[in-house]
Design a protein around this ligand. Structure first.
Ligand SMILES: O=C(O)CC1=CCC(=O)O1
Length: 98
C-alpha cells in the first residue's frame, strides 16, 4: 500500500544541542535504512519549512504505523497520513489497460 505522509518537525528551542544533533543524525540514518529497504520511496523537503512530504510503500496500515512510530524525531513531529490509490489518468499504472 502506498501512503503520502507529511511530517512537520517542531523541536523545542531549549532542547540540549547535543541531544538535538543526535536525534537528527539518528533520524537521517533511520530514513536512509528505510529507503534501502524499499519502504521509504520518496522524501521531499517542503520549501522554507522544517517539514517533508514522503511516500511510503508498505504492507498495510500497521506496517506504516510501525515505521512512523520508530522515527527518532517522532516525539517532535506532527504527522498527517494520506492513503494513495492508482489514478486512472496515470500512464505508467494503466499501460495495457483497455
Ligand atoms: O528533516 C525532516 O524533514 C525530518 C526527517 C525525516 C526523515 C529525515 O531524515 O529527516
Amino acid at each position: 500500500m502506498m501512503f503520502a505522509v507529511r511530517m512537520d518537525v517542531e523541536i523545542p528551542h531549549d532542547l540540549d544541542p547535543e541531544i538535538r544533533a543526535d536525534l537528527v543524525a539518528r533520524e537521517k540514518t533511520y530514513c536512509q535504512e528505510r529507503q534501502e529497504s524499499g519502504e521509504w520511496v520518496h522524501i521531499w523537503r517542503c520549501v522554507g519549512q522544517y517539514a517533508n512530504i514522503s511516500v511510503f510503500d508498505v504492507a498495510d496500515n500497521e506496517a506504516l504505523h510501525q515505521v512512523l512510530w520508530q522515527l527518532p524525531l517522532f516525539p517532535y513531529m506532527r504527522i498527517a497520513v494520506t492513503p494513495l490509490a492508482p489514478h486512472p489518468s496515470d500512464l505508467t499504472a494503466n499501460r495495457g489497460a483497455p
